[in-house]
Write a protein that binds this ligand. Structure first.
Ligand code: DGT
Ligand code: CA
Ligand code: CA
Length: 596
């Protein structure tokens, strides 16, 4: 997992440089970090095969960054990074995680108050030492305290998107063992929850001792909490824990049901069993001593008189009642998405050209891709103005002509979801269509930062809030409503603005937003980015009930991020969304009808 380690270092270097007021370089390091974080191939492999030149061929990696990667692979250190840390000895990664604190503020806090880490910061906030500092003030101080408390609440949990690649790697390794007869992910990973406490594997094996030996000696295991013949538990280098349980073949279904959870779901299910004079445990469903069901999950749910419930819905939020009545919705599947409409390109500083994004989209099996670069208000994101949008239109038109004539190359197929569903077959280039959109900014008064005449010329328009998150509730609601009423705005991106583990939703009257979305035919986005997943499950259910259409987008700033779609789909499943609720399950022809 050198990719992740390097990404983390490059993010920190970027922060250190920004702290020093260095121009451009922070941007370059951040870009390299994003690329490495999402790169499918291991950077060690890239280097082993092609040396420094191959490193430079990675998008966003220039000569100087390639040298640093090489240095790290050879020595395990980067001197440039060590020097930066020595110069300003602060835990910058920890501090900038606090919402409202950027590298520049870290510098002031360090210089004036000697703050080095989160603990120091918390102490200073509580002693009201922050507010008097130049550029801070009482409101900032209060925001910092809120930020710290928010961080504390989510401590110890990991973003699903952060750990799933590693988890899948372990899954494949275990699966390939000849001693492993069957393996499944259980727990919150199988339920695809947005954050994960620990990872749970369930295995059938006739040789548990061999499986456990293998498990505790996996590369990246830094600590063994316990090792037995039925259960072992380890800590990984990334900081999260993994449990493995070897269970008996004949009661695999009941074990899988039990260890998938959630705990709340299990408690409610067990109550139903009891009401029927039955007893349910991880060993099976019993009437007295007689075993009724245990081999598969399906058997168990059936014996309890209910439909099998998809893991993403097992939160005791009404799914049991629905399953008892045979009325579970048929939730959207991992293969139902036909395209992604929120992708950034090199035009606004994203990692890849439009062509590269298309190639990746075709590998995903998509029929269409929407380019939605940032617009001019976001200067740090190189937002496009009306002129640039017109230029981009020409390029996209040309690409579409080319697309009609070409075919794309075959590739390995990704497996999606904790159920590891293989992705749909890829499509050929012919018939593939690129749409031009943009992700505009909703300004303070609800107006859009691009003129209507320019918006009209686009295939679709996304609008989102990227500034002033702390507006008062009625004002914020009005701000979004005004944007939805714009005749050209089709989609609201990341509608509630939350960043998991970092900041709460902004204050909005969501029912009112839903009403206006319905009236105006505005589509709400389910943003698949692992730290956003916005809308959340509850809001997805509310949108569905209000019959507001949604779209699952990735917000990719790099071609490898198109794979994040699985998190968005999982979130939609957690919110009970059906295919009809999500517009990008539709063919291009039908999709276009949803736009204003
Ligand atoms: P996490 O790890 O915090 O993200 O969430 P889970 O759901 O993976 O929880 P975990 O790893 O503690 O346990 C895995 C599953 O085992 C859990 O979802 C349900 C089951 N389980 C664990 N403890 C209990 C319990 O005390 N009662 C019941 N009914 N089920 C439990
Ligand atoms: Ca767990
Ligand atoms: Ca566990």
């Amino acid at each position: 997992m050198k990719n992740q380690e390097l990404a983390k270092i490059f993010y920190e270097i970027a922060d250190f440089l920004e702290m020093e007021g260095v121009q451009f370089k922070p941007y370059a390091y951040r870009k390299a970090a994003i690329t490495l974080e999402t790169l499918e191939e291991e950077v060690e492999e890239v280097y082993r095969k092609g040396g420094p030149k191959a490193l430079e061929a990675i998008p966003g990696v220039g000569e100087s960054i390639a040298e640093k990667i090489e240095e790290y692979l050879k020595t395990g250190k980067i001197k440039y990074y060590q020097d930066l840390k020595k110069k300003t000895p602060v835990n910058i990664e920890e501090l900038v995680r606090v919402e409202g604190i950027g590298p520049k503020k870290v510098k002031v806090l360090h210089q004036k108050l000697g703050i080095r880490n989160l603990k120091d910061l918390e102490r200073a906030v509580k002693a009201h030492k922050i507010a008097p500092l130049f550029g801070f003030g009482v409101i900032t101080e209060k925001n910092i305290l809120e930020g710290i408390e928010f961080l504390k609440r989510s401590r110890g949990r990991f973003l699903l998107g952060e750990i799933l690649p590693k988890v899948k790697e372990v899954y494949e390794k275990l699966k390939s063992l000849k001693e492993v007869e069957k393996i499944d992910l259980a727990g919150s990973v199988r339920r695809m929850k947005e954050t994960i406490g620990d990872v749970d594997f369930l295995v059938i094996s006739r040789n548990p001792s061999r499986v456990m030996d293998f498990f505790v000696s996996l590369p990246g295991v830094v600590k063994i909490w316990g090792k037995g013949l039925t259960k072992s538990s380890v800590r990984t280098r990334e900081g999260f824990d993994m449990d493995i349980r070897v269970v008996r073949k004949k009661s695999y279904g009941s074990a899988l049901q039990y260890f998938t959870g959630s705990k709340e779901h299990n408690i409610a299910i067990r109550k139903i069993a009891m009401e029927r004079g039955l007893k349910l445990s991880e060993y099976g469903l019993f009437r007295g001593k007689r075993m009724i069901a245990r081999k598969t999950e399906e058997e168990i749910y059936k014996a309890l008189g209910m439909q099998w419930i998809p893991p993403e819905m097992r939160e005791n939020q009404g799914e049991i009642e629905a399953a008892l009545e045979g009325k579970l919705p048929k939730i959207i599947g991992f293969k139902d998405i036909h395209g992604d409409l929120h992708c950034h390109s090199k035009w606004d500083g994203g990692g890849n050209s439009i062509e590269e994004m298309i190639e990746a989209a075709q590998k995903m099996g998509y029929q269409y891709l929407g380019i939605a670069d940032h617009t001019k208000f976001l200067r740090i994101e190189h937002g496009l103005d009306e002129k640039k949008l017109a230029l981009q239109r020409k390029e996209i038109d040309k690409i579409n002509v080319k697309c009609q004539m070409s075919n794309c190359k075959p590739s390995t197929r990704a497996k999606l979801g904790a159920g590891l569903v293989p992705h749909r077959n890829e499509v050929s280039g012919a018939g593939f269509k690129v749409l031009q959109g943009c992700e505009t900014n909703i300004l303070n008064d609800g107006s859009i930062d691009i003129k209507d005449e320019a918006l009209k010329k686009l295939d679709f328009v996304i609008a989102g809030i990227h500034s002033n998150f702390k507006m008062e509730k009625t004002k914020m609601t009005e701000r979004i409503i005004k944007a939805m009423k714009n005749q050209n705005v089709d989609i609201i991106s990341h509608p509630t603005g939350r960043i998991i583990k970092r900041r709460d939703e902004y204050q909005i009257d969501f029912d009112k937003i839903l009403r206006v979305a319905k009236e105006t035919g505005t589509i709400l986005e389910i943003n698949s980015f692992p730290e956003r997943l916005d809308l959340n499950d509850q809001n997805i259910r509310r949108a569905k009930e209000a019959r507001v259409k949604m779209i699952i987008n990735t917000d990719s700033h790099h071609k490898d991020q198109l794979r994040f779609i699985e998190f968005g789909i999982a979130q939609a499943r957690r919110g009970w969304a059906e295919k009809e609720d999500i517009i990008n399950t539709q063919s291009l022809e039908r999709l276009l009808k949803y736009f204003k």
